[in-house]
Write a protein of this length. Structure first.
Ligand SMILES: *Cc1c(COP(=O)(O)O)cnc(C)c1O
Length: 380
């Protein structure tokens, strides 16, 4: 067997879109960027076009943090069990990332832990929707509202995933989505920034194009193209937008297939949970996931490692995930110690991600599950 962890989905329209882009214009915010924005309008309808394509989700996060106007020493809450992008964005904007532990049910930020870390310097909170499973947004928004915090959703993994009826990325003040090559919809590198407020959107779209009013100028909203605020160059290239438009045409099919495989895993692996060897990924009632990740949390690190190696011997690529930020070399520089966040550490030790993509079949999920169940009864 040879089952890769990732496999890129091709809708079949990629080559045509790229060639058409090459034979046309490469100028930023051209036809393909416009096409992608209109394709996304059905996914993010309640954002009424207040969103923009960026060259990565990391840059969308940076832009959102830049819009918060942090001053030295302002604090931003975020989970330790996370990719470094959000923490980097906080540092870049002059803030202090304040790590929080996670909830072992979802591996998302623990609201109880976060509440205890709010100080007079706390300005914002960055929830991550891990595996495309929503955080408990009603509770999170209530907490943030009471403390006057800006909410920046790291919805990097969460395209086409929902909290109740709402698309992830549209519940906070800002939402950031990724089109990195490992994500459900991919153009190699790409991202999306969603804004709740019109004024944030206007500022962000200037920041995105070198701090100029280029966007407004080309839309005929002003008559001079000039420098209006601090900025950067964070727009996506037209070539990537062309790829993205081809990918987005398959969004529904991609999500549907991934969700089916997720349900297959949940069904076939149930014995692992019943026999107490592991906890399968849980889906709270309020969450509609997109099948971005399927993970299992084993009862011990030793068991996880045995399973990972057993699967590897069968040609199945299963992966662990984040080194919690607080135990990373950079986390140590920020003053954290290993024992600070026990759940994040436990997750680092025991979580295993199994292959999930559109080329994976139900039969393969069944085979992977059988190998795991037989193997664990033998070792366990
Ligand atoms: C992928 C990912 C990012 C980074 O996205 P890029 O588009 O590569 O910048 C940030 N946060 C999380 C949770 C991610 O999964």
């Amino acid at each position: 067997m040879n089952i890769p962890f990732y496999a890129r989905h091709c809708t079949g329209q990629e080559e045509t879109a790229l060639l058409s882009c090459l034979n046309g214009e490469l100028a930023t915010d051209g036809l393909f960027t416009k096409k992608v924005l209109s394709q996304l309008s059905s996914v993010y309808s309640d954002r009424d076009s207040r969103y923009m394509l960026t060259a990565s989700c990391s840059l969308a996060l940076e832009t959102a943090l830049e819009m918060c106007g942090l001053s030295n020493g302002d604090e931003v809450l975020l989970p330790s069990y996370n990719f470094p992008s959000a923490a980097n964005a906080v540092l870049k904007a002059g803030g202090v990332p304040v790590f929080c532990d996670i909830d072992p049910d979802t591996q998302n930020i623990s609201l109880k832990d976060a509440a205890g870390r709010i100080t007079s310097r706390t300005r914002a909170i960055i929830p991550v929707h891990y595996a495309g499973i929503s955080c408990d947004m009603d509770r999170l928004l209530k907490l943030a509202g009471e403390a006057g915090l800006t909410v920046i959703e790291d919805a990097a993994q969460a395209i086409d995933a929902f909290y109740k009826e709402a698309s992830l990325g549209t519940l906070g003040d800002f939402g950031c989505v990724s089109f990195h090559y490992t994500k459900n919809i991919s153009c190699g590198e790409g991202g999306l920034l969603l804004c709740r407020d019109r004024s944030d959107f206007e500022k962000a779209r200037c920041y995105r194009v070198h701090g100029t009013n280029r966007d407004a100028f080309f839309n005929g909203e002003c008559n001079r193209y000039t420098w209006v605020c601090p900025g950067s160059s964070t727009a996506v290239s037209e070539l990537c937008a062309a790829l993205l438009s081809a990918q987005l045409s398959g969004l529904q099919q991609i999500t549907t297939t991934r969700k089916r495989r997720l349900q297959d895993y949940l069904r076939f692996l149930k014995p692992l949970e019943q026999d107490g060897y592991a906890r399968l990924m849980a889906i709270p009632d309020y969450a509609s996931p997109n099948g971005h990740i399927f993970y299992v949390r084993f009862a011990s690190q030793a068991l996880r490692e045995r399973m990972r190696k057993l699967l590897m011997e069968h040609g199945i690529d299963a992966k662990t995930h984040y080194v919690p930020l607080h135990i990373s070399p950079m986390g140590a520089k920020l003053g954290y110690k290993q024992s600070d966040f026990p759940e994040s550490l436990a997750c680092y030790d025991t979580l295993l991600r199994l292959p999930i993509h559109t080329k994976l079949t139900r039969q393969q999920v069944c085979e992977i599950s059988e190998i795991m169940i037989k193997g664990i009864r033998f070792y366990g």
